[in-house]
Design a protein around this ligand. Structure first.
Ligand code: ACM
Length: 798
């Protein structure tokens, strides 16, 4: 997530992976039978394409492409795409093909080519629904390949064709299986974002990013150019924006935001207007629109450091060095509007996109509340509070941008105080903002943290470097459907699409960005492109396998995903048996890679066992076994350590304490700055205590640096495997009958556990602590085959 300090509750639950009574069941995104059958149908037949095209019909035989193949193009637009294929075949396969104008003659004649690749550009249509200009038809027969569509569609058809050609250099002929593909995107907006405010990246890297976006048919690059920690775009009229605002005196070390530790090393840089134009042109050649983001009214500290007169207080200000949300934001006075309009005039001259992103997120109203100038604007404009003042601010900027022929996009906070009439909302704090905006008839782009924040770790935080915290696995990105069920069909048409966000507080290098973006970008691309009914996780995993060789060829430093089959498993005790034999079958996510593993809790090193056949694990009762793996690619690159826990569990006996009688939780409040859950567990001497009828934290007020322990009992009506689900921000842990059941050290995720309980009362202890930003806590329980229940005074006694 962009901001370390504002943390959110998930709108949607993650999918737990656990097995019951011997069967390791993955409740994955494809649990539904229709999807499974779509998956198995296509598994046998479809090539390893990502994103999966809307319609793929296999044909008979194959086309054999060799040096005698001729490329045809019917006009200049087709020729531009044809030339890409020609260049690629020359560079990667050493095949130089003739490129001619026109079409292959299908009659008789001396020079009738026996083999052809034909590009047919059709006219683009002006008023288009999603995809009308991005559709294509690709026909491969034994005689040749014919690719037709409007220019953008032709470009995407070429991306599909590239994936049908061998990834590695191959002796000709190159065989392409006969097929007919009719394809068009599900969504018109298919985006990737990059934050260059926190750390910036070389132009060449941004081009690589765009290359990969184009490969996977993404068409919008959201360039986050300004933030508290750096202003990155040259603005000629205001040279101090980059002269002062592009430099910070140092950067926070690691996660030491509170207490703050700086590295003492100046950091900075920016893009000239000429460089930005170069990126726009590079993107345009790949059918990618670049949407610039100029943040207002918040995240403006770098600009205020350069021009303190735009703030509500005199300053001086320093470019931000810590991550978070700063109180100093643009003051809504005339000088600020004039400044921003002048800035935007230069911005719109660089970026031809129909939209400008004006930010709008995380703008604390502290300064506006205390500012006579801001208050005077509120009185003048008849605004009832500072949210309406923010709305006034955004509306003014929208009105101005309309005069320049542009529309605005803003983060979902622009809903607060009333949406600007024509604004498009980027829904990031879950889906609620997107739903509300679509219901009001506004366009929406879905980028909720639980699908789309690629600064979250791709596995447990302890095993993933650099991430902000939070966890967003590849399968969860894939499982996302950007159209919320709450929308009617008419409202759903306002969902323009979906975007992956890469916030770079913790990403200092291009290599780190690549690691975080890949392969999640491929899952997102399929969410954005492929009809929902065609999507199935197992089939995606199979097709993804075919993409790694291509990413390797382009030297993309993707995260190597965990082996398939590396899933947590829980087996409930059967009768009196003290052992259970569990078989674990693994396969590497990257074809041809080697898996090394350990079962003793050590990290698999060079000497660790190589996986060659299903692993038989003898599980002793209540002795969890960690299966740890490292995947090693053919070129020697190694994944991080990835693991699953296998458990054979006995029932927890019911409490023999006297039966609890009073409803609700007992709670104890502890003051302090807790670094982790273990430290909180050791907290002594409560500052306050009492009884609570729910886990609602509002009763403790909004403050930081404290924690609460809740104690209570729940009743299991019968012996069985009970499910518990815990969500907490900042951190939370659940103990059942004295033993840790769930330790939740990621804030934007619900963690589930299954615990076998004997009938009777069981003792719960819930630890939770707060540092800054969002605070939330929720604990639910489900009896076997029953729905979830919130654990409040109706369920809990003490
Ligand atoms: C955001 O992450 N603050 C849009």
């Amino acid at each position: 997530m962009k901001r370390t300090l504002a943390k959110l509750t998930r709108a949607r639950l993650p999918l737990a992976l656990f097995g019951l009574v011997g069967a390791a069941v993955g409740l994955g995104p494809a649990a539904n039978a229709a999807e499974e059958s779509a998956a198995s149908r296509s598994a046998a037949t479809t090539p390893e394409l990502v994103p999966l095209p809307a319609r793929v019909q296999p044909g008979e035989g194959a086309f054999a492409l060799d040096a005698t193949t001729t490329i045809y193009a019917n006009n200049a637009e087709a020729r531009a795409v044809a030339q890409l294929l020609r260049d690629e075949l020359a560079a990667q396969q050493g095949l130089t093909l003739a490129l001619r104008s026109g079409a292959p003659k299908h009659g008789k004649g001396e020079d009738e080519p026996s083999r052809y690749v034909q590009f047919v550009a059709e006219p683009a249509v002006t008023k288009a629904d999603a995809g009308a200009n991005e559709r294509y038809r690709l026909e491969v027969t034994a005689r040749g390949i014919r690719l037709a569509g409007p220019p953008a569609g032709l470009f995407y058809g070429y991306q599909t064709l590239r994936q049908l050609l061998p990834a590695a250099r191959t002796a000709p002929p190159l065989r392409v299986g006969a097929t007919t593909i009719d394809d068009a995107p599900r969504f018109a907006y298919r985006g990737m974002h990059l934050d260059v405010g926190r750390h910036l990246f070389p132009l060449d890297f941004i081009k690589r990013y765009l290359d990969q976006m184009a490969r996977y048919k993404l068409n919008t690059f959201h360039w986050h150019l300004t933030d508290d920690q750096g202003w990155r775009l040259e603005i000629k009229r205001y040279p101090k924006l980059t002269g002062v605002g592009a430099q910070r005196k140092e950067t926070v070390v690691g996660r030491n935001i509170d207490p703050y530790v700086g590295d003492g090393k100046p950091y900075g840089g920016f893009y000239t207007q000429e460089q930005a134009r170069e990126i726009v042109a590079y993107a345009r050649a790949r059918h990618i629109t670049v949407i610039p983001e100029i943040e207002m009214p918040g995240h403006a500290l770098a600009a205020l450091a350069a021009y303190p007169e735009l703030a509500c207080t005199p300053g001086p200000f320093e470019v931000g060095t810590n991550w978070g949300v700063y109180d100093d934001i643009f003051c809504p006075k005339e000088a600020t509007f004039e400044f921003l309009q002048n800035v935007l005039d230069e911005v719109v001259a660089i970026f031809p996109a129909p939209y400008v992103h004006i930010g709008g997120d995380e703008a604390p109203k502290t300064r506006w509340k205390a500012s006579a100038e801001a208050q005077a604007v509120m009185r003048r404009e008849g605004l009832k509070d500072e949210h309406e003042l923010q709305s006034y601010f955004i509306r003014r900027m929208e009105k101005f941008l309309h005069t320049r022929g542009k529309r605005i996009i803003g983060w979902d906070e622009i809903l607060e105080g009333g949406l600007a009439p024509d604004a498009t909302v980027m829904s990031w704090r879950g889906e609620a903002g997107g739903i509300a905006a679509a219901q009001q008839g506004h366009d929406v782009i879905m980028t909720p943290t639980q699908c789309c924040y690629f600064d979250y770790g791709q596995g447990p935080a302890a095993q993933e470097q650099w991430n902000l915290g939070g966890e967003l696995s590849l399968d969860k990105v894939y499982a996302y459907d950007p159209v919320p069920a709450a929308l009617s069909a008419a409202q759903a048409r306002h969902v323009l699409g979906v975007q992956g966000n890469v916030w770079t507080e913790h990403l200092k290098t291009a290599a780190m960005v690549e690691y975080m973006a890949f392969p999640r970008l491929l899952a997102l691309a399929e969410v954005a492109w492929t009809p929902q009914a065609q999507r199935a996780w197992p089939d995606f995993q199979r097709r993804l396998g075919g993409q790694f060789a291509r990413l390797d060829r382009d030297a993309v430093g993707y995260r190597i995903p965990a082996p398939r089959g590396l899933d947590d498993a829980l087996i409930v005790q059967q009768g009196q048996a003290h052992q259970h034999r569990q078989t674990v079958t693994l396969s590497p996510a990257v074809p041809g890679a080697t898996i090394r593993y350990t079962l003793d809790g050590s990290d698999p090193g060079e000497g660790a066992q190589v996986y060659a056949a299903p692993i038989e694990v003898v599980l002793e009762l209540d002795k969890p076994v960690q299966l740890r793996t490292v995947t090693v690619l053919a070129d020697g690159r190694r994944s991080g350590v990835q693991s699953a826990t296998l458990r054979y569990r006995s029932y927890l006996p019911a409490s023999d304490a006297p039966q609890p009688t009073s409803a609700g939780w007992e709670y104890r409040v502890y003051e302090g700055l807790f670094a982790n859950l273990d430290q909180f567990a050791g907290a002594q001497t409560p500052a306050a205590q009492g009884v609570a009828d729910s886990l609602d934290l509002a009763r403790f007020g909004r403050r930081s640096r404290f924690g609460v322990r809740f104690d209570g009992y729940v009743r299991a009506p019968a012996d069985g495997a009970y499910r518990f689900a815990l969500q907490g921000d900042d951190r939370s842990a659940l103990y059942i009958d004295g033993a840790l059941a769930i330790g939740n050290d990621t804030y934007d995720r619900t963690i589930e556990a299954v615990v076998p309980l004997r009938a009777g009362w069981h003792r719960l202890r819930l630890d939770w602590y707060q540092r800054e930003g969002g605070m939330s806590l929720s604990l639910r329980m489900a009896a076997p085959n029953q729905d979830w229940k919130a654990l409040d005074a109706a369920e809990v006694k003490h």
